[in-house]
Design a protein around this ligand. Structure first.
Ligand code: FAD
Ligand code: EPU
Length: 338
């Protein structure tokens, strides 16, 4: 294909703002271009990376293969009844724009996921979640092209094996598919999810019954007050997942730290905020030249300007070692290290 570019700078394409180059770069706008590209490259042994908005990756060096930037656009109603709308959306659509569109239409289900950066195609990969909702709660199905064979597959809810920041696309099927379209089932008679305390507090200030627009506005306000904007300071949101530990381990730590925050998790386990663990180990606000740990949110590693990805990766390893040593808890990176 003629539109392959060489040595393309990736700085504008990753929310960490890391300077790195892609040896080869191609943008695809529809399924036909994707299959044509895969057919032409069937014999190539270049590594391939599928890219959305670049807001959940850490580039640790130049990418010596081909990056496929997915720009597949469009949205259409596939089916609808009294209660629901089935909306099929192109993988290259901006996630937050989709949320805004659904809120305008009065279709409920993703308002709590307002302002999450990135594209629609990446959202099911780590089962994006925030403020009591995950995409799995509204997910119907997705279409994806198998990179090896060029064959299109359809994945339904149970096929995706969704978990907390997890799906089959982070495990068995990692790096195997290019997601082209995602279909969501949205509600025409939305039930608000205000399980996250601060949302409830924000909505209680209203003198009328809140709508999904009010929930979305509250989420946007909370997020803007807590998380750094990648346009101002490079980051990829939470760098680690919140770990889950068993009751006995929890009680041992709690005896020493009675104010440790925690939440009940599945199978009688306990989820501990990684931000608290990292902060308690003394990392919050630490700056090393051009990179460090955010001053207001210890779970967010940041690039103040000219950091390279390897430095940020090494910092994440040091943080993991110190949390392991202090709490005997193994943190897991949420961000995809490239
Ligand atoms: P990318 O970073 O481009 O890619 C992520 C992974 O998906 C990569 O492995 C890539 O190869 C793969 N991929 C991307 N598109 C496709 C495709 N079409 N087909 C196959 N593979 C693909 N996440 C949350 O869950 N909740 C939050 O509250 C949240 N808050 C954030 C706040 C900030 C400030 C930032 C910077 C990030 C936040 N994130 C959050 C993380 C991020 O927004 C999500 O993971 C988002 O879904 C990433 O989308 P993307 O298009 O940028 O993915
Ligand atoms: N906390 C600290 N120190 C800090 C920040 C927070 O001790 O510097 C403690 C506070 O006690 C707070 C608790 O951690 O009560 C939880 O903090 P917060 O509600 O901000 O959430 P989080 O656990 O840091 C998670 C997700 C976010 C998501 C928010 C809201 C993960 C890994 N992160 O963050 O997702 O937006 O909840 O639901 O689950 C992302 O995945 O990139 C992301 C930003």
């Amino acid at each position: 294909m003629s539109n392959i570019k060489q040595n393309k700078s990736l700085k504008p394409y990753n929310s960490f703002g890391i300077e790195a180059k892609a040896r080869h770069w191609i943008e695809i706008n529809n399924e036909e271009e994707a299959t044509e590209f895969l057919f032409d490259n069937a014999d190539s042994d270049h590594p391939m990376l599928i890219l959305g908005g670049g807001s959940n990756i850490l580039l640790t060096g130049d990418f010596e293969g081909v990056i496929v930037k997915v720009n597949i656009k469009g949205q259409e109603i596939m089916d609808e009844d009294e209660d629901s709308v089935f909306l099929r959306v192109g993988a290259g659509e901006n996630w937050h724009d989709l949320v805004m569109y659904c809120v305008e239409q009065g279709w409920g289900g993703i308002e709590n996921l307002s302002l999450i950066p990135g594209c629609v195609g990446a959202a099911p990969i780590q089962n994006i979640g925030a403020y009591g909702v995950e995409i799995k709660d509204v997910f119907d199905s997705l279409e994806a092209i198998h990179l090896g064979s060029g064959v299109t597959h359809e994945f339904f809810h149970e096929d995706c094996q969704f978990g907390y920041r997890d799906s089959i696309f982070k495990r068995e099927a990692k790096g195997e598919f290019l997601i082209t379209r995602v279909t969501l089932q949205l509600s025409k008679d939305p039930v608000l999810n205000t399980s996250y305390g601060t949302i409830e507090e924000e909505l209680a200030k209203l003198s009328y019954a809140p709508t999904i627009k009010d929930v979305s506005d509250a989420v946007i306000r909370i997020r803007q007050s807590k998380l750094p904007d990648p346009k101002e300071i490079g980051n990829a949101g939470s760098f680690f997942k919140n770990p889950v530990i068993d009751q006995e381990h929890f009680e041992t730590i709690q005896a020493e730290y009675p104010n440790m925050p925690y939440y009940p998790a599945e199978d009688n386990q306990i989820k501990i905020p990684a931000a608290w663990l990292i902060q308690t180990c003394g990392w919050k606000g630490k700056r090393f030249g051009d990179y460090g740990v955010h001053k207001d949110q210890a779970l967010v590693l940041v690039n103040f300007g000219g950091a390279n990805g390897q430095d940020i990766y090494d910092l994440s390893t040091r943080i993991m070692e110190s949390v392991q040593e202090t709490f005997q808890i193994e943190l897991e990176r949420e961000v995809n290290v490239i």
